[in-house]
Ligand binder design. Structure first.
Ligand code: KG4
Ligand code: ZN
Length: 335
């Protein structure tokens, strides 16, 4: 089955064509980050406009790359939420139009299910149960995946998501948006033990909190700026990044133990961080646990993960009629 998927939930316009959930025929991506940089974060109205500008071109590029015409597409898939309402609407409108025009089914995909299924793109077949740690710009959550589309939310963040903390700390350091990649780069030159930033709620269940850590980093920077000390930016970035990694690893490992999961799936934008990936590899090796992490290009938002998710979804969940496929900006991960 060949699925053409569209992702427009935030600031990446993505169109991918994937066969049978794991053979990637095309993966087109237009990042808007250069446009949002000037504002220090994503501007929703600008995001919708940029998706509108790019979507048709990316669909055509994806078909050209896959050397297919539209009639050779068996189904369409689209991200319906969670995400920015106007941005999601652009993708859904394009997908519905294609679905009606071609008389092919449309599969509505949850963005976070997509992040989880990014782990299936190259690694299928994956065995259940598995513990998924989703770490993105909008979410940080532990999800027990008992079987295909049987999700149990184990813990989420009480305040900022991990990626959001990267973005906010970067902004305070006058580093460009998105903060994650730039902090990772600076951290490579720094000492992760230079500052001892807090690891909040480490021993309090499976919930996360990153706002205290973010504030502690900001206060430290403020103090250093007031004393006119040159900002040891690399050390700050390395120490902050290490604190995030320590929290994520600790919570994920305890959750795997508690729920008897031998497999950990790490996904979402922050899992593109090399230091984070290496730390998880080491932790899982020590515990004799299988680690699944998508290739770096499939960690941040893309449509290939939406196509992979849609492939399994049409096998395991009933179809949804077109008039029930709606924008769901705050769609919970489990019903
Ligand atoms: O999954 P994603 O592309 O979009 C959402 O669904 O939110 O994640 C974006 C987030 C941003 O906060 C970005 O700063 C973070 O992922 N990110 C990273 C890295 N690359 C992206 N964080 C740390 N290290 C990275 N290399
Ligand atoms: Zn995402």
């Amino acid at each position: 089955m060949t699925i053409l998927a569209i992702e427009t939930s935030c600031d990446e316009t993505g169109v991918a064509i994937v066969k049978n959930g794991n053979t990637l025929l095309a993966n087109e991506l237009a990042s808007q980050t250069n446009w949002h940089k000037a504002f220090g974060g994503v501007v929703p109205e600008l995001a919708s406009r940029m998706h509108t500008e790019k979507i048709n071109l990316l669909i055509q590029n994806a078909l050209d790359t896959a050397q297919l015409n539209l009639n050779q597409i068996d189904a369409l898939a689209v991200t319906c939420g969670p995400g920015l309402e106007g941005a999601l609407l652009v993708g859904i409108t394009a997908a519905k139009t294609l679905s009606v025009w071609l008389d092919r089914p449309l599969i509505p995909v949850h963005h976070l299910h997509g992040h989880i299924y990014a782990g299936f793109l190259e690694k299928a077949p994956v065995t259940f149960p598995l513990m998924a740690l989703i770490v993105s710009g909008g979410h940080t959550m532990l999800v027990l995946v008992k079987d295909h589309f049987q999700f149990e939310l184990i813990g989420t963040t009480r305040d900022d998501a991990a990626g959001e903390a990267f973005d906010k700390v970067a902004r305070y350091c006058d580093l460009p948006y998105p903060g994650g990649p730039v902090i990772e780069k600076k951290a490579k030159e720094g000492n992760p033990k230079a500052f001892s930033f807090p690891r909040a709620m480490l021993h309090e269940g499976f919930e996360f909190s990153f706002s205290g850590l973010k504030t502690a980093v900001i206060m430290e920077i403020k103090k250093l700026r007031e004393t006119h000390t040159p900002l040891p930016i690399a050390d700050i970035c390395a120490s902050f990044q290490q604190a995030v990694i320590d929290i994520l690893i600790h919570k994920a490992m305890v959750a795997c133990d508690h729920y008897h999961s031998d497999t950990l799936l790490l996904c979402g934008g922050v899992s593109a961080n090399t230091a984070c990936r290496e730390a998880f590899e080491l932790a899982c090796k020590t515990k004799n646990r299988q680690l699944i992490v998508p290739s770096i290009g499939y960690c941040t938002d893309n449509a290939a993960m939406i196509a992979a998710c849609a492939y399994y979804q049409q096998q395991h969940l009933p179809p949804i009629p077109l008039n029930k496929i709606l924008v769901k900006p705050s769609w919970p991960i489990c019903n």
